[in-house]
Design a protein around this ligand. Structure first.
Ligand code: LLP
Length: 425
């Protein structure tokens, strides 16, 4: 039997349901490729953080980059979540859904002058500063604007997150954060300036962490820094451990959020920092399980050495396999009796050999079959593109027995909406 992403996805009489809605009926109604999200699954993932942190002073900032659909953002905002953004495009999105600017934190290594100005004018809660030149730029712009921003400093603790190299961010050869040994002088400067308020330190060591020991290594390093700050008479209010909590795509066993919170709290309390607010910026672990990408098999193609299921979803719709060789679950939306043991590569129509969704999978091999790539709610739609002039997919949210279109499929006009053919051509 196929492993399902949450209890809100189930087979009933051989048909795959998301909550009370049959996925094949959504494929018929809205067409494929189609992203479908289960609201109950999203809320359950958010609740897991809320429960793990209920006895701890904390702040939860959803990392918008994982999935920036307005409806999903609204659901999290209504639950009281703040937002971690990395561009003013993401800022515009969260303001669009009516988020409280004070609950927005701006992260990212490359904030431009324009982005800093726009974020300051919007009155965001804080910036995660990633370098000394960024600090200088921020303070200069803020004092010109007569604003005193709150700042976190993202420290690069030089710990190995044991994840894919492209999504490992806490090693000293990564571009992220402030070098651990240069941090103290910079933090002292920040604490001394009247033009900004130092509120916290921060680290984000990588994504899709399956074991939490790298968080604890990072925590111990940050505590050493906190002790040095303390001996310089500097106290902060918040400590932010970023995002990074992994999910089960295949056979990963993820430690519990309780063990993460408890491990961090214990370490902080032992050294007299139990009063610090714990901040998290999770993305993947909040939205991955709620989303499935539906696609329709167009052709079953057999070569002397391989069997392919060619679907209508490609790397432009879901780039994770092409970019990180990641294993995404692919399951049928209708169970069949077929005892065919053939192994298929599930590929898309894009003109690149990297255009694959899954390799060597046993699946029903019929053209017309609708397949579901599950666990696709995080870094699926948000990393999609229009490569090959393919229209970006529609998105549907399921709530119980109802399905809501939350993004229409691109039209052809959308493909060239920003292009101008000068009149002389
Ligand atoms: N905070 C910061 C500063 C980040 O850079 C990220 C993710 C997060 C929070 C959220 O991390 P999460 O909880 O989602 O692991 N596209 C890749 C993942 C890139 C993660 C980038 N940063 C993938 O599909 O695996």
């Amino acid at each position: 039997m196929y492993e399902l992403p949450s209890k809100h996805f189930s087979y009933c009489n051989g048909k795959l349901f998301c909550e009370q809605v049959e996925l094949q009926s959504l494929a018929e109604e809205f067409g494929t490729p189609l992203y479908v999200y289960s609201e109950a699954t999203l809320c359950e993932a958010a609740l897991a953080y809320e429960v793990a942190l209920k006895d701890t002073p904390h702040k939860l900032h959803y990392a918008v980059k994982a999935n920036s659909n307005l409806t999903l953002l609204k659901i999290l905002q209504k639950r009281g979540w703040g937002f971690d953004i990395v561009s003013i495009g993401e800022l515009a999105r969260v303001l669009q859904i009516g988020a409280d600017p004070k609950r927005i934190v701006f992260s990212g290594v490359g904030k431009t002058e324009e982005e800093i100005r726009v974020a300051l004018s919007a009155g965001i809660g804080a910036f995660n500063v990633e370098s000394e030149p960024e600090f200088d730029r921020l303070v200069q712009i803020a004092s010109e604007m007569n604003i005193r921003p709150k700042l976190y400093f993202r420290i690069n603790p030089d710990v190995d997150a044991h994840t894919h190299p492209y999504i490992s961010t806490g090693l000293k050869n990564n571009k992220f954060g402030i070098d651990y040994f240069s941090a103290l002088p910079l933090l002292k400067r920040a604490a001394a300036t009247a033009q900004a308020e130092l509120v916290g330190i921060d680290c984000h060591i990588g994504s899709q962490l399956t074991s939490f020991s790298p968080y604890f290594d990072a925590c111990e390093k940050l505590i050493e820094l906190l002790e040095k700050l303390r001996s310089n008479g500097i106290e902060i209010q918040d400590i932010d451990f970023g995002g990074g909590v992994g999910v089960r795509y295949r056979d990963e066993n993820i430690d519990s959020l309780d063990s993460l919170v408890c491990g961090l709290r214990t370490r902080l309390s032992e050294k007299g920092f139990s009063h610090l607010k714990l901040v998290f910026e999770p993305g993947r672990s909040v939205v991955a399980a709620c989303g499935a990408l539906l696609c329709t098999v167009q052709y079953v193609k057999t070569t002397p050495v391989k069997h392919f299921l060619i679907t209508d979803a490609g790397m432009n719709d879901l780039i994770r396999p092409a970019l990180y060789a990641s294993w995404m679950p692919v399951i049928p939306t209708a169970l069949t009796e077929a005892a065919d043991q053939t192994l298929f590569d599930v590929v898309g129509p894009v003109c690149e050999s990297s255009d694959w969704l899954a390799r060597d999978r046993e699946l029903p091999a019929k053209a017309g079959e609708v397949l579901a790539v599950t666990m696709a709610g995080a870094y699926g739609m948000s990393m999609s593109s229009r490569y090959n002039s393919r229209r970006q997919p529609a998105e549907v949210l399921v709530r119980g027995k109802d399905a809501f279109l939350i993004r229409r499929r691109d039209t052809f006009d959308d493909l060239w909406a920003n292009e101008v053919v000068p009149s002389d051509f």
